[in-house]
Design a binder for this molecule. Structure first.
Ligand code: A2P
Length: 340
């Protein structure tokens, strides 16, 4: 039988995540008939490579999606708000990387290793949401624990790289670092404070509760993905002077008692995870080693001695790949394989 091929759009192709989506599609076996690259009017006419071919970037308009099957969006929340419904109306299913649609009850929020069954709800709006980068890597690591031992409560601290903010933030960290070591005045455009040699407990804007929106994304999205409102979750999200990959300290209170050894055995066999856990030999997950990979790395697995059923762990993944582009492409693959 002839395998079906799809017309695919990358919306935000010139961005950091869009560029990685292009790489992920080049590396994948995803059956593409035709590919279109869209961005703002600033980038129209620019040429980008795809599998050795030059593709001209076009300005995104409401008409850009007609005749296409799947659009992978990473062009910011307001662009997704405006254009995703237009794409869906033209019969082009959207996999959206922004936060705009994630909480919509008619939009499935998918991590293919964790809740592939929920993707069927894409029919409601023609839009599927990709979770926040910090949520994705955490739920990949938590899923086997949740399914086998139950989770009562999570206490999370993140150490998030600047690439999560976009291209301009990567440049800002580089330039500030260079200027500081050369005893020059620094420029601050992207972040409210110096990011080089600093940690900012501030990602996205603050809410009246004192939490940041990024912290609440981790809470709300984890509950939506596990379909379990009973899990208690508190998070502190921090931007650190790292270019790529997010690291997370996660304290888990399980329903049933579990030992670090049982967790290691469970995670070693789980999809998308590599356990790196031999601290006496300096082996634990590191941002520098995770960069460029699709795997979620887990280590420092230990018993929390302050409560009866507690585990601490350290989770690291490339925020642009598994945290964004790879997960988006995996969603598109799941959709194409099962539903189109
Ligand atoms: P452009 O490069 O033309 O500005 P990043 O998060 O790395 O900054 O990337 C954001 C992506 O979203 C880029 O591809 C950017 O295109 C695209 N984008 C931003 N605003 C719009 C818009 N209003 N319409 C279409 N694409 C947009």
């Amino acid at each position: 039988m002839h395998k079906k091929e799809f017309n695919v759009v990358i919306a935000g192709a010139t961005g950091l995540v869009g560029g990685q989506m292009i790489t992920c599609l080049e590396e994948s076996e995803f059956p593409i008939k035709n590919i279109n690259f869209l961005a703002s009017s600033r980038s129209a006419g620019k040429k980008l490579d795809f599998k050795g071919e030059k593709i001209v970037v076009q300005e995104m308009t409401e008409k850009s999606f007609k005749g296409n099957d799947i659009a992978l969006f990473s062009a910011g929340g307001s662009t997704s708000k405006k254009f995703a419904p237009k794409a869906a109306e033209s019969g082009c299913i959207v996999v959206d990387n922004s936060s705009y649609w994630r909480k919509d009850k008619d939009v499935p929020l998918i991590v293919p290793e964790v809740n592939p069954h929920a993707i069927k709800d894409y029919v409601k709006k023609g839009i599927i949401a990709n979770p926040n980068c910090s949520t994705i890597q955490m739920v990949v690591a938590l899923n086997p624990i949740y399914r086998n031992y139950g989770i009562k409560r999570l206490v999370i601290s993140t150490y998030q790289s600047v690439s999560g903010t976009g291209k301009k933030a990567v440049d800002e960290l580089f330039e500030q670092t260079r200027d500081i070591v050369n005893s020059k005045e620094i420029k601050k455009d992207v972040y409210p404070h110096q990011i080089a040699f600093n940690c900012l407990p501030h990602i996205d804007s603050f809410l009246d509760t004192g939490y940041s929106k990024e912290e609440m994304k981790m809470v709300d999205e984890t509950i939506k993905i596990f379909e379990d409102e009973k899990i208690g979750i508190t998070a502190t999200t921090v931007r650190v002077p790292v270019f790529y990959s997010h690291s997370e300290s996660v304290n888990i209170e399980t329903e049933k008692h579990v030992t670090p050894e049982q967790i290691r055995n469970l995670l070693v066999n789980a999809p998308g995870i590599e356990v790196l856990d031999d601290p006496s030999n300096n082996i634990y997950p590191l941002a520098t080693n995770a960069s460029g990979k699709d795997t979620t790395f887990v280590g420092r697995i230990r018993q929390d001695q302050s409560i009866e059923n507690g585990i601490d762990m350290w989770i690291v993944a490339d925020n642009i790949r598994k945290g964004a582009a790879t997960n988006t492409v995996q969603i598109a693959e799941l959709l194409a394989e099962k539903y189109l």
